[in-house]
Design a protein around this ligand. Structure first.
Ligand code: AMP
Length: 565
């Protein structure tokens, strides 16, 4: 009969104590590893250190070496030298979970496998337990352990995922476990390739897309990760050639995109909401690496049909549509205006989802400006086009716009960015920013969306009383008056005057400017129009009560006649 001593009274220590006793060992312990351990190797044939991996080396060192005693640890990931300075060393790793002492004991006696290395005498313990031996080189020990963790621990996580989704359909864990058992049997008898069944093995993208559309955000992310594993096994099946993005398109991205396709979109599913810049950056880099086109729609929220038109256009032209919602304090020169700016995040998220956005980026002010309210360390200034009109009436406004847009472009990377012509000067500023800084962004201008009576949609319209709302219409009327004057060849000054008069007719409207610029250069038009076919822009800004509004229209001038563009 052999004497064996065990240090470590956790699940493994207790399970080994019970099993070894059962097969005829005289077992001493298990001892807590906080006991006095110095003498522990004396007076026993075998000393087992059943302590946590991180304590093995320290525990071994605290025990006096004995030339006759075999010292063993039970860790799968720790190499044998952790047992120095003991002269007789071995590793005995049970290749099975030992979740508690009773189950563990039975399992140790069930003919299971043990990985061994070191002193050959350790094999006797395996034989005595009725087990089978796996020989693992110390150099392969970590990979061996990783494989074991995947098969055991990751399987638990997979089943937990299946259980979570199943519970939503009223399916209990037992049913899923039976299914998993059949699958394990199949893997055992046929091997992994043949055991793989289901939509992923058949390349049935429609079904997978329907799964993705039905899952909530958390479960969808897990499903996609799992799908990538399947993809590694069945790349030839899931890869969809000729999808329009060339070779190497990841099936998971395609499927995700299909599940979000515009026509049959399942609107019960949440859009992905991201609030960290690096998360969005990585997410978009990954999509782009598979050939996907990113569409970016920067907004300040309080979304309306004007924003909607940008999102829908991006949806038509891009694979991944990102709407950003951030009320950028840096572009408000007036604190009261910032405080009053409408914030309707919940509605906005629904709106983005309905219009087909994939991701909504809602950073905190600290995320965009670490150290806020201290001024940011770097501010982007675009010169020239920022000096007139909005730039003159709102000092610092365009520095705020250029800074936040530069940051959003840095986060989004190569993309198409959608901006509304409602903020015409802003587009000129952003174009200049892109040109000067060589940013990999295509700026896409989108026409102004108006209410039925012509009022340009604006988030600020929410702050208008019914009376102010009526007065606000004078901005559009002013643009029409300007257009009419130009069409009748009345001259630029007359047209500008007509615009001002139209707005001033309305009580409570304080005109800030009425200007006409060349559409491409944003340079004010002198009193005489330039070349035939020149595109010009009529722009107005006014305060209606305490709400500041802007609007503009485009006109193309021909000496033969002039028309709206
Ligand atoms: P905002 O949330 O006001 O910063 O606007 C975000 C984007 O939506 C900007 O590119 C605006 O030009 C655009 N936008 C705002 N109102 C309209 C509108 N009525 N029609 C088209 N685009 C708009």
């Amino acid at each position: 009969m052999k004497n064996i001593r065990i240090i470590g009274a956790g699940r493994a220590g207790k399970a080994f104590a019970g099993a070894l006793q059962e097969v005829g060992y005289r077992v001493d312990g298990p001892y807590s590893h906080s006991s006095d351990l110095r003498e522990m190797s004396h007076g026993t044939d075998i000393l087992i250190l059943a302590v946590p991996d991180r304590s093995i080396a320290e525990t071994a060192k605290s025990i006096e070496p004995d030339p006759d005693t075999l010292v063993v640890h039970l860790s799968g990931a720790t190499d044998i030298d952790a047992l120095l300075p003991h002269p007789r060393r071995a590793v005995l790793h049970p290749f099975a979970p030992l979740p508690d002492p009773v189950v563990g004991k039975d399992r140790l006696l069930s003919g299971m496998r043990f990985a061994v290395s070191g002193d050959i005498a350790v094999s006797d313990i395996v034989h005595d337990l009725g087990g089978r031996i796996i020989h693992i080189d110390d150099s392969a020990r970590v990979l061996y352990h990783a494989a074991g963790c995947i098969a055991a621990n990751h399987l638990v996580a997979l089943m937990s995922h299946a259980g979570r989704v199943g519970a939503l359909a009223g399916l209990d864990m037992d049913a899923l476990l039976d299914l998993a058992r059949f699958t394990l049997d199949d893997i055992h008898s046929m091997g992994v390739q043949d055991a793989l069944t289901g939509p992923a093995s058949r390349g049935d993208k429609d079904t997978i897309a329907r799964h993705l559309a039905a899952l909530n955000e958390q479960d969808r992310a897990a499903y996609l990760a799992e799908l990538q594993l399947i993809e590694q096994m069945t790349r030839h099946v899931l890869q969809v050639p000729g999808f329009g993005h060339g070779e190497g398109v990841r099936a998971t991205d395609i499927l995700l995109q299909e599940s979000r396709g515009t026509g049959s979109r399942d609107t019960s599913r949440d859009v992905e909401v991201v609030d960290q810049a690096v998360v969005l950056q990585r997410r978009l880099e990954e999509s782009r690496s598979t050939g996907m086109q990113i569409g970016l729609v920067p907004t300040m929220g309080a979304l309306h049909a004007g924003h909607g038109s940008l999102i829908e256009r991006a949806r038509r032209e891009c694979d991944v549509v990102v709407v950003t919602i951030f009320v950028n304090p840096l572009q408000f020169n007036d604190h009261a205006d910032l405080d009053r700016y409408p914030r309707t995040l919940e509605e906005d998220l629904n709106f983005c989802q309905e219009r087909g956005a994939d991701i909504v980026f809602v950073p905190s002010v600290e995320e965009m400006y670490p150290g806020y309210p201290a001024p940011p360390g770097s501010v982007v200034h675009v010169s020239g086009v920022t000096e007139i009109l909005e730039g003159a009436f709102r000092p610092g406004h365009f520095d705020g716009v250029a800074t936040v847009v530069a940051k959003l472009f840095a986060i989004a990377g190569r993309c198409k960015a959608y901006f509304g012509e409602k903020d015409y000067q802003q587009i000129a500023v952003v174009r200049e920013l892109v040109r000067e800084m060589l940013l990999p962004v295509e700026v896409v201008p989108c026409p102004t969306v108006r209410e039925a009576d012509g009022l340009a949609m604006s988030s600020r319209n929410r702050n208008l009383s019914p009376k102010m709302r009526k007065a606000a219409l004078s901005l559009y009327r002013a643009l029409l008056a300007g257009e009419k004057a130009i069409c009748s060849s009345a001259g630029i000054d007359v047209a500008k005057k007509a615009m001002v008069v139209e707005m001033e007719k309305e009580e409570g409207v304080l005109v800030e400017y009425a200007e006409i610029v060349y559409a491409d250069s944003f340079v004010p038009v002198g009193n005489k129009l330039g070349n035939d076919g020149e595109r010009i822009r009529l722009l107005v800004a006014a305060k209606v009560g305490d709400v500041r509004l802007i609007d503009n229209i485009g006109v193309q001038c021909y000496h033969r006649g002039t028309g709206r563009i």
